[in-house]
Ligand binder design. Sequence first.
Ligand SMILES: Nc1ncnc2c1ncn2[C@@H]1O[C@H](COP(=O)(O)OP(=O)(O)OP(=O)(O)O)[C@@H](O)[C@H]1O
Ligand SMILES: [Mg+2]
Length: 496
Amino acid sequence: MIKTSDLEVLFEKALQGIDTKEFEQIGTVIKVGDGMCQIYGLQSVVYGELVLFDGGNQGIVLDLGDDHVTAFFLHAHIVVVEGEVVKRTGGSFKVGVGSSMLGRVVNALGKPIDELGDLKNVQERSIDSEIPGIVERSPVNEPLQTGIMAIDTLVPIGRGQRELIVGNRNTGKTSIALDAIINQKGKDTVCVYVAIGQRQVNVARLMHTLQEYDAFSYTSIVVADASESVLNKYLAPLVGATVAEFLRDEGRDVLIVYDDLSEHAIAYREMSLLMRRSPGREAYPGDIFYLHSHLLERAGKFLSGGSITALPIVQLQGDDLTAYIPTNLISITDGQIFLDTHLFNSGIRPAINSELSVSRVGGAAQTKAIRKVTRSLRLDLAQYSELVGFSQFGTELDIVSQRQLARGSLAVELLKQDTLQTRSFVDQALALFMFQNGYLDGKVKELAVTLIWQYVSYVKNLHNDVYEVILHSEDISTVTEKQLHQYAQDFLLLNT
Ligand SMILES: Nc1ncnc2c1ncn2[C@@H]1O[C@H](COP(=O)(O)OP(=O)(O)OP(=O)(O)O)[C@@H](O)[C@H]1O
Ligand SMILES: [Mg+2]
């Protein structure tokens, strides 16, 4: 008769020399559906790890359960079946990144979709990089000019800053980001535009506009359009950030736009619900805050040279700034540009609400020239919105208030700016010089604004030496200021 102890000895002998670790690297698909599957057996797999299916698909493990793990598929067109063998790779998902991505459009897996052939000289990088610590960062003190006067003067953005663009549907959010990209032409900043959950036709339109304005050659576009899987929408910003980091490591200043993170949050919510994680506020999973803060911490100005400026966009529902995702992003970023439907519809475009918009870096990231001529602007605007309220009640206003009202409405008029009409900081400074010194007070505001821009052209064309001095010194010195006053008087004599 065989004793149990004998069997144990026999089994032990048979198993000797077999590496059990190898079995931990292999699993079996037990359930497939909704672009994901459950896998049994990958005991030591880690969160975010890339796994390979025998049938050729790849997946990313995003949930670690007690008896199974969940992976989302990278390729929607490759079928995965129950019983299929899955192997660990021991690493996270990597994309090939390089300078050759500028002037190209890639999908969320970093593969070109523009029919211009393969990307050349790419380097494989994990999409989940380590966040640089405090000692590796330097203060944000260099301007990133958007060319949009209301932003560069009231909510200036510095290189390495994270400024949120927030507003309802159709309030000009994308237009601001697009103008900011176009304004980087000739300024040695390169750009990455990440489109998440948008319609393809909108992305195509944006690409054509960039081409038309010679801005595509220094821009890389990463797209996960509305029709793509939730995993792709989740990955697109991470891939965009990886491209930006590569460019930064080459010592460049990078501007990255995430358009928009509401879609990103919605994709992640869907994934979390599919993974049966417990929903939190507005049914979003609790770690959405971590996901977005981790993403935006990848931006910054770094001691090693190079910077990443991030312009995340978030869409509001019914102007509700207190919704979960917008409040999260407001607390993560260094300020926000709030676009107001009411202003947009009343023709004040860009529809920037100057009271609710802030930049926590502020003046440190402005040229001296701009700083000198914007002192009264914010105050004039604040007093204006207060007085407008009063004047609507038909209250008789005193002379001082009437004057303030007129200056405020001139300021609003001056800050109106069409899309694709970016202005250099010198043009902005000259216009604000005229405004600050009240040269056109008393005139009808539309005429006043026309005259202000004519004055800018006048100085640019007839006194180009002075224009150039401001451009290169980025400042308006006492001498220059005197000259500008003289030109203003000459100009007004000729034109009024
Ligand atoms: N400063 C501006 N002056 C005139 N028109 C503008 C301005 N900004 C935006 N628009 C126009 O408003 C429309 C909406 O702009 P845009 O697509 O940028 O908004 P959005 O907030 O990104 O919209 P969505 O919510 O659909 O993404 C476009 O037709 C655009 O040309
Ligand atoms: Mg948009």
